[in-house]
Design a protein around this ligand. Structure first.
Ligand code: ZN
Length: 252
């Protein structure tokens, strides 16, 4: 029998699915506000038009759906055959007609949602592998999609801002980003302070830290490499002249 509602009953997972669905709806709204001609315009990502970004979001849903199918069937189906195949797919997708591009987004999102909805309770714990080679439970696919749809809605560059992203998603992003810095050791002497949440991340044991400070949305925007609006910095990484905010270490 086909379930009409989620088969998982885990409250945290259901909450996560809600954020992913809200993010997908938000991306859809921003995409629908763009005319077909607007799709040719630049996104906030260097070298990518809005066409590339929309294709990426569509193919990302398909890739994540493959992981959910893997969890459901036990048959290994990777997100992408290779990094080159992923990039090639995006380049191809960017050449699709506007209507095909919009269908790609819509259909892939619906398909992923059905895969999530119908995944049996225990299969959510089955292990799958991300494009970066991390082994994670299928539950993780929800967050993988959540951060993509929310952040790339901002990258569409037609009015969405980091302030539109729900706080739990912003906090999750900041945890991911600062965690990636720590893993690579690129956060030496760098501390990030979130003024409106009383949160501190980064190299908190440093004696001479550069401290980047701001409200949550602005700090995440900076950390994700998307500008310095709304944050200030003190310490040695700043330019001596004006306290210019340094660029954040690379995230992905
Ligand atoms: Zn992405």
């Amino acid at each position: 029998m086909i379930a009409r509602t989620d088969r998982t009953t885990d409250p945290a997972l259901l909450q996560g699915l809600l954020q992913a669905r809200r993010g997908t709806a938000f991306f859809a709204r921003k995409l629908n506000e763009l005319s077909d001609a607007d799709l040719d315009g630049d996104s906030l990502l260097p070298g990518w038009t809005r066409r590339h970004l929309t294709a990426h979001i569509g193919y990302n849903a398909r890739a994540i759906a493959r992981l959910v199918e893997w969890a459901a069937t036990g048959v290994e189906t990777p997100m992408y055959a290779s990094p080159e195949a992923r990039n090639h797919e995006i380049e191809f997708g960017a050449t699709l007609s506007p209507i095909a591009l919009r269908h790609l987004f819509d259909h892939s999102a619906v398909h992923l949602n059905v895969e999530w909805r119908d995944l049996p309770e225990d299969a959510w714990h089955h292990k799958v592998k991300t494009a970066q080679g991390r082994t994670v439970p299928a539950e993780e696919t929800v967050w993988m999609r959540t951060r993509e749809v929310w952040m790339h809605a901002v990258d569409l560059a037609n009015g969405a801002t980091f302030s539109d992203i729900p706080e739990p998603v912003l906090e999750g992003l900041l945890t991911d980003i600062t965690g990636a810095w720590k893993t690579r050791g690129t956060d030496k002497d760098l501390v990030v302070k979130v003024t409106d949440r009383g949160l501190t991340f980064g190299d908190t044991t440093s004696d001479f830290p550069t401290v980047v400070t701001g409200p949550l949305a602005a700090v995440v925007e900076w950390s994700a490499g998307r500008g310095t609006q709304g944050v200030t910095a003190t310490g040695h990484r700043t330019a001596a002249t004006s306290g210019t905010v340094p660029a954040a270490p690379k995230w992905i």
